[in-house]
Design a protein around this ligand. Structure first.
Ligand code: NAD
Ligand code: UDP
Length: 318
């Protein structure tokens, strides 16, 4: 297959590019590096099966030659990133998604949208399966991301229904691992960087809010399973093991052997109280279940960050 990966220079996208190249696919990566890092894909640049198109997919998704599949991952994902780039986030969720859908439609290619558990907002139903419509504040600060993704889902579904495009939607729950930017502000990267430096871990609110953390290799396997079939979705992809933020802090402190303490900070506006995916659909339709335990995934993540002491120090100074 020749696969176009928008956002291929980011955390998830670069792992997806790598896994596709490893199995012999060709990859066209489209990225403007607004929240990604060229270092994530530097190792693939010499690979004849890999092509990089640097640019904003909200403007263009022109690709030379044919593509068999489009994985649309371009979008800021970390709350500090999308709060810093609100209009760009709405643009890439709307215009960027339409450009990526047009690319797929032009080539009669499979299209997979990287949607998010954020479409469930601050859920009134727990755990969340795909039939839940969500509880999102349409004018709150997070709406630039949540509503962009909800619109992206609606557009994807409309291309399927009205244009016959072979689309699929995955709703990704919190995912972590190597290549997260050390200063991207997400909870796993922040806690690991802080613990390695012996700095206090910044817990927002009382730390009793929950998330369910999936290791990146598991998640990428799920996206590839979705690319390889005709399933329309939406399909939740996430690890159903639910942790409070305080439990996560304790785990990270334990795994780093750090003497760091926790320090409480105000809870961001509209921060969801709890999050846990029901993954029965992914298991039945994609044969997908996560395999990496949180302890093992965090251990691998800690090892990766520990190997980059300069980046860790720079992130703390920022
Ligand atoms: P990331 O910020 O590391 O990667 C996003 C990539 O998209 C970056 O390389 C960025 O430069 C690129 N990008 C952003 N806007 C662009 C534009 N207009 N044109 C071209 N490139 C653009 O984030 P990530 O964690 O890798 O997330 C990837 C995708 O997965 C996003 O769509 C995100 O919403 C979704 N997702 C991620 C998670 C998670 O926990 N990591 C959870 C749910 C959904
Ligand atoms: N969080 C935290 N400290 C941090 C960063 C995040 O306590 O330094 C909390 C945040 O308030 C949220 C959870 O951790 O309740 C997950 O945050 P993240 O930004 O990683 O993902 P999202 O909010 O998008 O699920």
């Amino acid at each position: 297959m020749r696969v176009a990966v928008t956002g291929g220079g980011g955390f998830l996208g670069s792992h997806l590019c790598e896994a596709l190249l490893r199995r012999g696919d060709e990859v066209v990566c489209l990225d403007d590096f607004s929240t990604g890092d060229p270092a994530n894909i530097a190792a693939f640049l010499g690979n004849p099966g890999f092509e990089l198109i640097r640019g904003d997919v909200s403007r263009s998704t022109d690709v030379r030659g044919t593509v068999d599949a489009v994985a649309h991952l371009a979008s800021p994902a970390s709350p500090p990133d999308y709060l810093r780039r609100p209009l760009e986030t709405l643009a890439v969720g709307s215009r960027g998604t339409e450009n990526a859908l047009r690319l797929a439609a032009r080539h009669d290619a499979r299209f997979v949208l990287a949607s998010t558990s954020e479409v469930y907002g601050d859920p009134e139903v727990h755990p969340q399966d795909e039939s839940y419509w969500g509880h999102v504040n349409p004018i709150g600060p997070r709406s630039v991301y949540d509503e962009a993704k909800r619109f992206a889902e609606a557009l994807t579904q409309a291309y399927r229904t009205h244009r016959g495009t072979n689309t699929g939607i995955v709703r990704i729950f919190n995912t972590y691992g190597p290549r997260m930017r050390p200063h991207d502000g997400r909870v796993v990267s922040s806690f690991v960087v802080q613990a390695l430096a012996g700095e206090p871990l910044t817990v927002y609110g009382d730390g009793k809010q929950t998330r369910s953390f999936c290791y990146v290799d598991d998640l990428v396997r799920g996206i590839i399973a979705m690319l390889d079939c005709d399933e329309p979705g939406p399909v939740n992809l996430g690890n159903p093991v639910e942790l409070t933020v305080l439990e996560l802090a304790d785990l990270v402190i334990g795994l780093t052997g750090s003497g760091a303490e926790v320090q409480f900070h105000p809870l961001p506006v509209d921060d969801p109280t709890r999050r846990r995916p029901v993954i029965a659909r992914a298991s039945e339709r994609l044969g997908w279940v996560p395999e990496v335990t949180v302890e093992d995934g965090l251990r691998r993540t800690v090892r990766w960050f520990a190997g980059r002491p300069d980046d860790v120090a720079a992130a703390l100074a920022a």
